[in-house]
Ligand binder design. Structure first.
Ligand SMILES: *Cc1c(COP(=O)(O)O)cnc(C)c1O
Length: 385
């Protein structure tokens, strides 16, 4: 076995734009380090105007924004929620916490997004929500999805953790669903370590969202002078992030264009450099429809089989390159079985065994990326043409 002496290229690395420390120092100097101070307002206003969303509320995570969505839609035990099986556990957990029965819909083999052609058959009189995930930051087929959901009068929620600043037919992701959620976890394009946001496109949910986020109190109205004391008016929890995190995030968003341009350049270089090799080796590269402007969240490849993938990851590891796989399908997971979840997802099962994500972060240098490309191209599948 070859063991390289080269420095390890990680799968992900947190990267900084510039003013993170300055703004955190400013938040400390402001003596406002709890939530909803000037940095929180700045970030929320930026996202509202950039995405064309009526109201944005920063939250402690995307998971918590999803939990707020389930509360806002009054999801109750026995309600059904339609969603992909090929996603992170939080997409389903937020609804399972309210007693919902997950109904899993399989993904398209090209974009790995929920297959809109299978959606109508999954709807029943108990369906309370359809949750879509723009996998890898490439939009789901929102025209078809919104038409089907609209005809059945079922709200759509976008788990937009991958899709921030991507668009579908020119319209920003996160602006389609009645609600949408963002993640600012360290692994996402823009981060504050741990954090998220709830995007509200339907004004009917705004006031209650503020209450749920503030422990079930009308504190937001009190601060606006709309009530003379604040009190317990609903259920809720503690979903407000600290100003220290908002300050960090404000600095990150100042680099929106540079960050996205750098990630686009890395993505395009992988795509161009690996195209010939992929065809020869029976390997599938990502598919981005012409009407989708992607968010450049990740670069993945699909190996021909699970055993080839295992060999491929080991091949890169021997060269000190970390590549990872995901997602373990949700529809066949122990908790799905316990909840009597429905939905057969053969494409999800197949893809989850063959997908690998290559190192992808803004500070990946061209020398490092060349090392990854060379290592990848030195791999040959047993099915090579
Ligand atoms: C990262 C991620 C989440 C969870 O985000 P947190 O902010 O860590 O809670 C949810 N859904 C998807 C699709 C994700 O990629």
């Amino acid at each position: 076995m070859i063991r390289s002496n080269a420095e390890t290229i990680p799968f992900n690395k947190a990267s900084f734009v510039g003013n993170e420390q300055t703004y955190i120092a400013q938040a400390i100097a402001n003596r406002h380090i709890s939530g909803d101070g000037p940095f929180t307002r700045r970030v929320q206003a930026f996202l509202e105007s950039d995405l064309g969303v009526g109201r944005v509320l920063l939250t402690t995570s995307c998971t918590h924004a999803l939990e707020m969505s389930a509360l806002l839609l009054d999801i109750e035990p026995g309600d059904e929620v339609i969603l992909p099986s090929f996603t992170f556990v939080s997409t389903v957990n937020a609804f399972a916490l309210r007693g919902a029965v997950p109904v899993f819909v399989d993904i398209r083999p090209d974009t790995l997004n929920i297959d809109e052609n299978l959606l109508r058959a999954a709807i029943t009189p108990r369906t309370k929500a359809i949750v879509v995930v723009h996998y890898a930051g490439v939009a789901c087929e929102m025209d078809a999805i919104c038409a089907i959901a609209g005809a059945a009068n079922i709200p759509v929620i976008e788990d937009n953790a991958h899709g921030l600043f991507g668009s579908y037919r020119g319209r920003p992701l996160g602006s389609f669903g009645v609600l949408a959620t963002q993640s600012f976890h360290e692994t996402k394009n823009f981060t504050c370590g741990e954090g998220g946001a709830l995007l509200l496109n339907d004004p009917q949910y705004i006031e209650r969202a503020e209450i749920l986020r503030e422990k079930g109190t009308n504190r937001a109205r009190f601060f606006r002078g709309q009530v003379d004391k604040y009190t317990w008016v609903d259920v809720g929890s503690s979903y407000v992030p600290s100003e220290l995190l908002a300050a960090f995030l404000a600095a990150q968003f100042e680099g929106k264009s540079e960050v996205q341009a750098a990630r686009a350049a890395i993505w395009n270089r992988y795509n161009e450099a690996l195209a010939g090799w992929a065809t020869q080796q029976n390997i599938q590269l990502p598919s981005v429809p012409a009407h989708c402007e992607q968010a450049y969240h990740m670069f993945y490849i699909l190996l021909p089989s699970l055993s080839e993938r295992t060999r491929f990851i080991e091949h890169l590891k021997e060269r000190n390159i970390n590549a990872v796989f995901h997602y373990v399908p949700l529809h066949s997971a122990p908790e799905a079985v316990r909840l009597n979840a429905r939905g057969d997802c053969p494409v999800t099962q197949d893809v989850s065994e063959r997908l690998v994500r290559l190192p992808f972060y803004r500070e990946l240098t061209s020398i490092e990326q060349q090392r990854v490309i060379d290592a990848v191209k030195a791999f040959s599948t047993r099915l090579a043409a």
